[in-house]
Design a protein around this ligand. Structure first.
Ligand code: C2E
Ligand code: CA
Ligand code: CA
Length: 791
């Protein structure tokens, strides 16, 4: 049920209830009032009725007295000496004149002398002796029944002669109280009139006269009658009647009463009419109530519905939804709150949109945004038959710079690159994007391949060049991969991927910028599939170790080897660790790899020791291993398990690996040192650390990077660098290892510089266990022979 329906239902129920109560109350009041009025009318009618009968009685009395004073009847009595015929004629004449229905002459003994109605009664006793009083009052009512008919009667004394001291007869007149009279009275008063005679002997009364129809008249005979002055409801065949009785005169055994009846239907006619009108008013009011309830409930719920619709629109992402702000009261307040919320949501969504499509650091559009823009540009180029160049740039050695100089320097560098790229792009902010890390992308509309080359060169030279950050000069170099629409692809994802592949090629070959060629794909696909294969390699034991001998220059002793990992890929053959170690670092596999190498290396040392070969093994750690606090514990356990002394193990960590987070690294290296494990700084010279920084680390050995050793022969400068490095290392008490020794010249030159140990192809390439074992044994034998020689 909706709010509107509920409001409507409540409103309607209340209104209709009030209406119904009003209707019932008013109707009841009207009814009882009408009934009271009708009863009053009955009482009134009875009074009129009694008045009428009184008037008739009086008129009858007067007629009788007038008659009694006239001479005609007396003459008849005298003149005709009591001749009955003459008396009767005279009496009848009289009756006629007074329009009476009955007339009697009765002597003082009560014997009927003359009866105008029935001659048979003559000579007999008068049937109503109670009528013959000394002095009748003119108004006393006398209703009597004769031959089943009711009459009003009056008796006056008759004097013969007039002056006689005593009356000689009674003169009696009667006027019929019949149906005609009843009807006349009814027409006059508007109520049915009936005259009833009741007797103690009979339960039913006799209806002597009535204005009613025959059926009602019959019913009236045995209906209960109201007693006394009350007006009561009586049921007859035709329906309900209001009834009132008026006593006429007491009879010998019962008496005569008049019953006045009025059909209640007639009495309530006004009430009915009024009720009808009232019902119409009630219905009109109900209709009005319904209409106003609908309008009211709609008025209340419309703003709420407005809010609801607005909420739905906002949910659908339409923030322009109109709100019923002009509404008053709570709804208005709610709407205003709602509007504030709508604004906040919009702003937040815009912020999220920006976050979603922009890079936090540089504010440049991100990969998703770039792909969308690329799609739009492709569409445009398609219509205009144009060309697009998609550039992907990756900074060279950014990871090293970042690791060595800290993230804030790296961030500044990225921002600088972003700025330079934007400058190169000119206007059109979408055309430059940061894809992630140190990878950027750019979009250039070009006409021909030549133009593309020029543009790419221009971009590269803008980006490249030294950057000064916090008194540091960092040389920036970027590798650029380029793909072309429509030459290489027609959709954003493909073009981006191809540009990335080309960029990897450029990076791998140190070529600066490379345009995409389909043959480059193999390389990238292999690189990607390596990840999954490498995971399996750790489990399947397709990894193996190579060992590269290290020789002490002063003694010529070879009792140390560097352990180098090899991966025999089932399809690609031997994959260089330079290729898969970075992948292992990116995927977190490095932990397992390091553990595997360490275990196998220590086991091998134990085996050599058992064969009487005292060997020290140098194992490479990844920079990420320096964040593994469990590493020293695991190494301790490994050494103990194999009964290998900690002094037989050297751990090589790169300069940049240590410098990324020197404190963490220091804590870990301290722990290892305390155990007796020596630490060697690998690839020294490639990072940005200084020897003074190294001084603070628990380090025993330094490995001059092979790029220096290899360059040494051609460059006097490099030779000088190597020489001073060795000297300074020695001054810090560090042993120096030179790797990448490929020639005897290099070896001799290093010997001249005081280098302690050499390692390189000149001595041996990294070799398998069996070969390494015989190499070590031969070296040991040589040493033995020499010591023997010496003695
Ligand atoms: P690295 O530690 O500098 O190891 C020396 C690399 O130089 C080896 O390459 C070795 O074969 C090569 N090399 C030796 N003598 C010469 C020479 O006279 N001339 C030239 N040009 N090269 C020489 P490899 O075995 O391919 O290893 C490459 C890199 O992979 C290693 O550089 C090391 O950083 C990493 N690596 C190798 N094994 C492991 C390992 O077990 N764990 C970790 N974390 N990294 C490893
Ligand atoms: Ca190494
Ligand atoms: Ca090295």
């Amino acid at each position: 049920m909706t709010l509107q329906q509920r409001v409507l239902a409540l409103f309607l129920t209340l209104l209709l209830l009030v209406l119904a109560i009003t209707m019932v109350t008013v109707s009841q009041a009207t009814y009882s009032h009408t009934m009271d009025r009708a009863k009053e009318q009955m009482v009134y009618a009875r009074r009129i009725f009694q008045d009428k009968l009184q008037t008739r009685q009086k008129a009858l009395d007067e007629s009788a007295r007038t008659l009694a004073s006239e001479e005609a009847l007396r003459q008849a009595i005298f003149a005709d000496a009591g001749d009955r015929e003459s008396i009767l004629v005279a009496l009848n004449n009289h009756r006629h004149r007074t329009s009476a229905d009955l007339s009697f002459l009765v002597d003082l003994d009560g014997t009927v002398i003359a009866d105008t109605a029935d001659a048979k009664r003559q000579g007999r006793p008068f049937p109503f002796p109670e009528l013959l009083n000394e002095e009748p009052t003119p108004t006393e009512m006398h209703v009597l029944a004769l031959d089943g008919r009711a009459y009003q009667m009056v008796a006056v004394p008759y004097y013969v002669p007039v002056s006689a001291p005593q009356p000689s007869f009674w003169l009696i007149l009667g006027k019929a109280l019949d149906d005609g009279t009843a009807r006349d009275l009814r027409d006059l008063m508007g109520v049915e009139v009936s005259v009833l005679a009741s007797s103690a002997a009979h339960p039913d009364a006799a209806v002597l006269a009535s204005s009613l129809g025959p059926l009602e008249r019959g019913a009236l005979a045995h209906a209960a009658r109201p007693r006394g002055d009350t007006v009561e409801l009586v049921e007859l065949v035709g329906g309900d009647y209001l009834a009132a009785t008026a006593p006429l005169s007491p009879g010998p055994d019962g008496g005569f009463v008049a019953v006045l009846l009025r059909p209640t239907a007639a009495a309530l006619l006004d009430f009915r009419k009024l009720s009808g009108r009232f019902l119409i008013i009630g219905l009109a009011a109900a209709l009005l109530a319904i209409v106003s309830a609908v309008l009211f409930s709609r008025g209340v719920t419309r703003p709420i519905r407005g809010l609801e619709e607005a909420a739905q629109r906002i949910a659908a992402g339409d923030y322009a939804a109109e709100l019923p702000l002009e509404a008053g009261g709570e709804v208005g307040r709610l709407a205003r709150e709602f509007a504030a919320m709508q604004r906040a949501v919009r702003e937040r969504e815009e912020a999220i949109q920006h976050l979603a499509f922009h890079d936090d650091l540089t504010g440049l559009p991100n990969r998703i945004h770039f792909q969308r823009a690329l799609a739009r540009h492709i569409e445009l180029a398609r219509e205009q038959h144009g060309r697009l160049a998609v550039l992907v740039l990756d900074l060279d050695r950014f990871k090293d710079i970042n690791d060595a100089l800290g993230h804030h320097v790296g961030d500044r560098l990225l921002m600088e690159v972003a700025g330079r790229l934007c400058r190169a792009a000119g206007d059109g902010p979408v055309d430059v994007a940061r894809l992630g890390g140190d990878e950027f992308a750019m979009l250039l509309p070009v006409r021909a391949l030549g133009e593309a080359r020029e543009a790419v060169d221009a971009v590269q030279s803008t980006v490249s060049g030294a950057v000064e950050i916090e008194d540091l000069r960092v040389d920036l170099q970027a590798s650029v991969g380029v793909s072309l629409y429509p030459d290489h692809g027609a959709d954003p994802a493909t073009l981006l991927k191809q540009a990335e592949v080309a960029m990897y090629v450029a990076k791998g070959r140190r070529l600066g910028a490379v345009f995409y060629e389909s043959s480059q794909d193999r390389h990238s696909i292999e690189r990607l599939s390596l990840v999954g294969d490498l995971r399996r390699a750790v489990e399947d034991d397709t990894l193996s170790l190579r060992f590269q001998p290290q020789m002490e220059l002063t003694t010529g002793r070879v009792d140390a080897v560097e352990v180098l990992l090899r991966w025999n890929h089932p399809r690609l053959g031997e994959v260089s660790p330079a290729e898969f170690i970075p992948i292992a670092e990116q995927t977190g596999l490095i932990r397992d790899l390091t553990a595997w190498v360490l275990r196998r290396a220590v086991e091998q040392v134990a085996a050599w020791h058992r064969q009487g070969l005292a060997v020290v093994v140098a194992v490479n750690l990844s920079a990420l291993d320096l964040h593994d606090p469990d590493l020293p514990g695991r190494i301790r356990e490994l050494l103990d398990r194999n009964c290998v002394a900690a002094e037989s193990l050297v751990l090589e960590v790169t300069e940049s690996g240590v410098m990324a987070e020197p404190e963490t690294a220091r804590r870990l290296l301290d722990e290892l040192n305390a155990m007796g494990v020596a630490i060697s700084i690998d690839d020294f010279g490639t990072g940005y650390s200084s020897l003074s920084q190294l001084k603070r680390l628990p380090v025993q050995e330094l490995k001059v990077d092979k790029s220096f050793v290899l360059e040494m022969e051609r460059s006097a400068d490099v030779r000088q660098i190597v020489r001073s490095t060795i000297e300074m290392a020695h001054s810090l008490g560090l042993r120096v290892v030179a790797e990448g020794v490929e020639s005897v010249e290099a070896l001799e030159s290093l010997r001249g510089m005081g280098c302690d140990i050499v390692q390189g192809y000149y001595l041996s390439e990294p070799i398998a266990v069996a070969e390494a074992t015989s190499w070590l044994r031969a070296a040991a034998d040589r040493r033995e022979a020499r010591t023997l020689d010496a003695t």
